[in-house]
Ligand binder design. Structure first.
Ligand SMILES: Nc1nc2c(ncn2[C@@H]2O[C@H](COP(=O)(O)OP(=O)(O)OP(=O)(O)O)[C@@H](O)[C@H]2O)c(=O)[nH]1
Ligand SMILES: [Mg+2]
Length: 429
C-alpha cells in the first residue's frame, strides 16, 4: 500500500546533511518532526459521537453505522450507562470511563461513540464530545422540542462539525414533512438527516460518512502538517540540487589531489624505537592533514569542510599496529644476525639494553665483534625499513582518500527528485 507519509519520511532520512547549510539542516529537522507528527495524526481514528436524550435511538444508530450489534439497544430506560466506542481502527482517548468494542466491518479510520442519555450523564457526554470530529445530535419525533435537547445542541457548538438526525420518523407523508419542518425550525437548520422508523439506515450512514470526511479537527491539523512538511521537503530538495555543483567540484578535487607521494619524503629511522615511531606517526598525520587541506581548498571549502567533519580525524591505530609488527620483524632480523657470532643469551640482553636499532647507538658499549656484524647489515636494513615505512604511510593516505571518495559518492547518490516527488505526493493535488 502506498503510504505517502512513510515515503516522505524515508526520503528525508536519506538526505545527506553535509550538503545542507545550517538553516537548511534545521528545515530538514523540522520536516522530519512534521512527518513524525503526521504519522501519529493519521493513525488516530476520527471520532463520531452520537448524543441525545435517552431512548431516541443512539445505540440503534451506532449499530447501523458499524454494521453489527456493538452496543446494547433496549426498551428499559436508560439502556446505555457507559460510553461505548465501536470501530475497526482502535479507540480514541476519551477522558471518561468507557468501553471499546471491535467492529471489524466498520468503516476505516473511524470510531463511533455511543453515549448515555444527556439528561442521565452529561459529564460522560461532554467528555465524549470533547474528542469528536463529528457530533451527531439524535432526536426523535417525541423528543426534539424540550429544553434538555436544546441545551445539548448548544453544548455541541464547540465540536468541529455537528449535524442533527431525526430518528424513528413515522406517519403519513404530510405528517413526516411537518415533523421535519418542526425540527429544522427548532434548531434553525436548513438540512437535517432523517431515519425512518421502518426504513433502512443507508442514507443516514452515507450522510455521516460524507459529513465526517474533511470535517474533523484532525483533518485540519493533518492538512496543515502535510502542507508545511511538503514545503519543507521541497525546500530541502532544492537545496540539495543547488549543492550538486559543489559536490561535483569536490569530486574533481579528490581526483586531482590524488595520493600525494610520501615516497619522496625522508622517513627517518631514529636511534630509539619510540622516537622512530613518533616521527613516523607525526609524518603520516602531517600527510593526512595536508591532503585534507588540499582537498578542502580545491573542492570549494563549504561542503568539503562538512564532509571532513563527518570523516573526523584520521584513525592511526591501524598504522600503529602495522608499525609494531614491522618493528618486531626488524628486531628479529638483528637478533638473527647477532646470534651468528655470539651466545644467544648475551645477544638477548644486549638487545634489551641497547636501542632497537642496535649497533648505531654509541652510548651503549657493544662488543666489537657484534657491532661489526650488525653494522654490515645495517645499511641494507635501514633502506629496507625505509621502503616499508613508505608503504605504510602510502596505504594510510590511500585509505583516507577512499574515505573522501565514499563520502562524496554517498552524498552524490541521493536523488533530490525523489524527495521532491515524495513532497508533492504528501501535499496532494
Ligand atoms: N424501528 C425502529 N426502532 C428504533 C429505531 N431507533 C431506535 N429504535 C428502538 O428504540 C428503542 C431505543 O433505542 P436505543 O438505541 O436503545 O436508544 P438510546 O438512545 O440508545 O437509549 P439510551 O441508551 O437509553 O440512551 C429500542 O427499542 C430500539 O429498538 C429505528 O430507527 N427504528
Ligand atoms: Mg443507548
Amino acid at each position: 500500500m502506498v503510504d505517502p507519509v512513510a515515503d516522505f519520511r524515508d526520503a528525508l532520512d536519506r538526505v545527506p546533511r553535509e550538503l545542507l547549510d545550517p538553516d537548511d539542516a534545521r528545515i530538514l529537522t523540522d520536516a522530519m518532526t512534521s512527518a513524525d507528527v503526521l504519522e501519529k495524526l493519521v493513525s488516530v481514528p476520527r471520532s463520531i459521537v452520537l448524543a441525545g436524550c435517552t431512548g431516541v435511538g443512539k445505540s440503534h444508530l451506532v449499530n447501523e453505522l458499524v454494521g453489527t450489534s456493538a452496543t446494547a439497544v433496549g426498551v428499559l430506560r436508560p439502556t446505555t450507562r457507559l460510553i461505548v466506542m465501536a470501530g475497526s481502527a482502535g479507540p480514541v482517548p476519551i477522558a471518561h470511563e468507557c468501553d471499546y468494542v471491535v467492529a471489524p466491518g466498520a468503516p476505516d479510520g473511524l470510531v463511533f461513540v455511543d453515549t448515555p442519555g444527556w439528561e442521565i450523564d452529561p459529564e460522560a457526554v461532554d467528555a465524549a464530545l470533547a474528542t469528536a470530529d463529528l457530533g451527531i445530535l439524535v432526536v426523535s419525533p417525541t423528543r426534539y422540542g424540550d429544553a434538555t435537547t436544546s441545551q445539548l445542541w448548544d453544548s455541541m457548538a464547540t465540536v468541529t462539525k455537528r449535524i442533527i438526525v431525526l430518528n424513528r420518523l413515522r406517519g403519513t407523508d404530510t405528517e413526516r414533512s411537518e415533523m421535519i419542518a418542526f425540527v429544522k425550525q427548532r434548531f434553525a437548520m436548513t438540512e437535517i438527516s432523517v431515519v425512518d422508523e421502518h426504513g433502512d439506515g443507508d442514507s443516514f450512514v452515507r450522510t455521516v460518512l460524507d459529513g465526517v470526511s474533511g470535517a474533523g479537527h484532525l483533518d485540519d491539523k493533518t492538512a496543515i502538517a502535510r502542507r508545511s512538511a511538503a514545503n519543507a521537503g521541497r525546500h530541502v530538495a532544492s537545496a540539495v540540487t543547488a549543492a550538486a555543483t559543489d559536490l561535483g567540484r569536490l569530486d574533481q578535487a579528490i581526483e586531482t589531489v590524488g595520493v600525494p607521494s610520501i615516497r619522496g619524503q625522508r622517513l627517518a629511522v631514529l636511534e630509539s624505537w619510540l622516537a622512530t615511531e613518533q616521527e613516523i606517526m607525526a609524518n603520516i598525520q602531517d600527510s593526512m592533514d595536508t591532503l585534507d587541506e588540499e582537498i578542502v581548498d580545491a573542492g570549494g571549502r563549504v561542503i568539503a569542510e562538512r564532509i571532513l567533519d563527518e570523516l573526523g580525524s584520521w584513525d592511526l591505530s591501524a598504522t600503529e599496529r602495522d608499525l609494531a609488527l614491522w618493528r618486531d620483524e626488524a628486531a628479529e632480523r638483528f637478533r638473527r644476525d647477532a646470534t651468528f657470532v655470539w651466545r644467544r643469551s648475551f645477544t638477548e640482553k644486549l638487545l634489551d639494553q641497547t636501542s632497537w636499532k642496535v649497533g648505531v647507538n654509541t652510548t651503549v658499549q657493544i662488543p666489537r665483534r657484534v657491532a661489526r656484524v650488525l653494522k654490515a647489515n645495517l645499511d641494507e636494513t635501514v633502506s629496507d625499513v625505509h621502503s616499508q615505512l613508505v608503504d605504510l604511510a602510502d596505504a594510510a593516505v590511500a585509505e583516507r582518500i577512499a574515505g573522501w571518495k565514499s563520502s562524496v559518492a554517498r552524498a552524490g547518490s541521493f536523488k533530490p527528485g525523489e524527495l521532491l516527488a515524495a513532497s508533492n505526493a504528501l501535499s496532494g493535488p
